[in-house]
Design a protein around this ligand. Structure first.
Ligand code: ZN
Length: 289
């Protein structure tokens, strides 16, 4: 059964994609799954196991779970280091291929950074050169979509505030295969006060003005261990952090965010309990019609 607003979690895969992820999703009560298809902090690109891929795809299909891939955290298309850009391209191409094999809807990647102020002017052009051909190929072959996720800020980030998405999307000519993943912890760290009255609505309005809300295809619902504007990316369980449950309620109950899939990337990754609780909390904020 496909639910109108799937709420799920990032899901472990060690021991086999289907073998590990499906029982985890079941135990956590996930209605959407997100997985890594390569080491989150490495460049190795494993080929995958066709048998596990089929089992995963079929298992997600039977359960009505949309699947997402999170690309390696090392991906940085704005890097001043040529080898990093090349590896980032190969990692995203690999994730798109793997995504097609496992039936994923989209591949999430971080917006990246120019690292060095002297590289600021070149970074977005570099993003364009790297992403445009990849988006064209993905669209032509019906591969998963790509979702750019703004970062927590700092380190010459190419996009942390939702307003930064305007130039980012413009750099790839608003290609129809590129959407946005909005991470609450990152947005909070970048200075969007989701806990203040009207804060979530103002953030969504700014996102709408920058790129149009029809570009928003996924929400990462993570609470934060740090203050708004801290530029720090330390996730906390939903309601246990500085954003608080009211901030999530305001965001998820906002009419323009209705129906968007939600994935938590909160602590509780090794055992499913933390995710089960966060999924239940988020579901309780948005009663199903
Ligand atoms: Zn995220």
């Amino acid at each position: 059964m496909r639910v109108s607003r799937p709420v799920g979690s990032h899901t472990r895969t060690s021991g086999g994609l289907a073998k590990a992820a499906l029982p985890y999703a079941d135990a956590a009560g996930s209605e959407a799954v997100q997985v890594y298809v390569s080491n989150s902090r490495g460049w190795a690109l494993p080929p995958g196991d066709p048998k596990q891929d089929t089992l995963f795809r079929d298992g997600c299909g039977e359960r009505g779970l949309p699947a997402y891939i999170h690309a390696s955290l090392l991906v940085n298309l704005g890097s001043p280091t040529e080898q990093t850009v090349q590896r980032s391209v190969e990692t995203l191409e690999h994730a798109l291929r793997r995504g097609a094999a496992i039936g994923a809807t989209a591949v999430v990647f971080h917006a990246g950074s120019s690292v060095d102020p002297a590289h600021d002017d070149k970074a977005l052009h570099q993003v364009r050169e790297a992403l445009l051909p990849m988006l064209d190929v993905a669209a032509a072959r019906g591969l998963p979509k790509l979702l750019v996720e703004p970062s927590a800020g700092g380190g010459r980030s190419l996009a942390s505030k939702v307003q930064d998405l305007g130039p980012y999307l413009a750099a790839v000519e608003h290609h129809p295969w590129l959407g946005v993943c909005f991470d609450t912890c990152h947005a909070w760290a970048a200075g969007h006060d989701l806990a203040a009255p009207g804060g979530a609505a103002a953030t969504l309005a700014a996102l709408d003005a920058a790129v149009g809300l029809d570009r928003l295809w996924l929400i990462h619902a993570n609470d934060s261990k740090d203050a708004c504007g801290s530029a720090r990316d330390r996730h906390e369980n939903v309601g246990a952090g500085t954003i608080g449950v009211d901030g999530f309620a305001a965001l998820l109950q906002h009419p323009t965010a209705a129906g968007l899939p939600v994935v938590v990337e909160t602590p509780g990754h090794k055992a499913h309990e933390g995710h089960a609780k966060d999924i239940a909390t988020l579901r309780s904020l948005v009663p199903t019609p």
